[in-house]
Design a protein around this ligand. Structure first.
Ligand SMILES: C[S@@+](CC[C@H](N)C(=O)[O-])C[C@H]1O[C@@H](n2cnc3c(N)ncnc32)[C@H](O)[C@@H]1O
Length: 231
């Protein structure tokens, strides 16, 4: 990892750009960042082979961990630093937040972190092989608190199906939220999985929203599930 550190310095905001005009955008692998545009590019996906064909991690043989909805990347950058025996993928659909994660990757010299600027379900469907994940996290996904907006929540049956497909048998999925109703929905969506819920999780780490809600003395709901099935 020593020589990699040389590569991981001196990035600025303007070093990550999408190299196309808006109407020509398509998925592209940039330096340590996969960019997936938000509109239909079904035929243009680079596919799950990119993990092997390109050197996205310094050590491609480490088990894979993923965080969906990474925001500014505070949580996952710290996890990549404190858990160097795992390769970490941060998935964030907002380009400006994804860029913040990407800057952390270089500034903190994290050879086991990779950034995906794209939508969680779309990324999972097109880039993750069956049972390739050894852990998955969703930390404070947007709660869409209005009933009429709840259809936009990530944690629904299609996401459950993707997690069942991509997580290995006993690999944990951790879902964290401050929102009471979303917490209940998480339990319901994963009711066929083994799991437990708690108001504390030792060693969880910190994220922007974790700190924010703790300061406002909101209760945090931590859910951990495993599907335990071999199919
Ligand atoms: C409430 S923030 C939480 C950020 C971070 N996890 C934290 O704890 O500070 C939710 C983030 O999820 C991103 N997001 C929402 N839906 C997403 C999706 N379907 N795929 C990828 N990112 C998504 C948003 O852009 C936003 O940055």
């Amino acid at each position: 990892m020593g020589s990699d550190a040389i590569l991981y310095t001196m990035k600025t905001d303007s070093d990550l750009q999408i190299p196309f005009a808006w109407e020509e955008r398509r998925p592209v692998l940039l330096e340590k960042c996969l960019y997936i545009p938000s509109w239909g590019q079904e035929g243009a996906h680079l596919g799950p082979g990119i993990w092997r064909q390109h050197e996205v991690f310094a050590d491609p043989n480490l088990p894979l961990a993923i965080e969906f909805c990474s925001g500014n990347g505070e949580w996952i950058a710290n996890m990549a630093l404190s858990h160097p025996h795992l390769n970490w993928i941060a998935v964030e659909k907002d380009f400006y937040r994804a860029k913040k994660i990407w800057l952390r990757l270089f500034r903190q010299s994290l050879p086991n972190l990779f950034v995906v600027c794209g939508e969680a379900l779309s990324f999972s469907k097109h880039y993750l092989e069956d049972h390739c994940l050894s852990e998955a996290w969703v930390n404070f996904p947007d709660p869409w608190p209005k009933r009429s907006h709840a259809k936009h929540r990530l944690i629904q049956k299609p996401f459950e199906a993707e997690m069942r497909r991509t997580l290995s048998c006993e690999a944990p999925l951790t879902l964290v939220t401050d929102d009471e109703r979303y917490s209940a929905q998480m339990t319901q969506v994963f009711s066929s999985w083994k799991g437990n819920s708690s108001s504390e999780m030792p060693g969880y780490g910190t994220s922007y929203f974790h700190t924010l809600w703790l300061e406002k003395q909101k209760q945090i709901h931590y859910h951990r599930f495993t599907h335990g099935s071999l199919d």
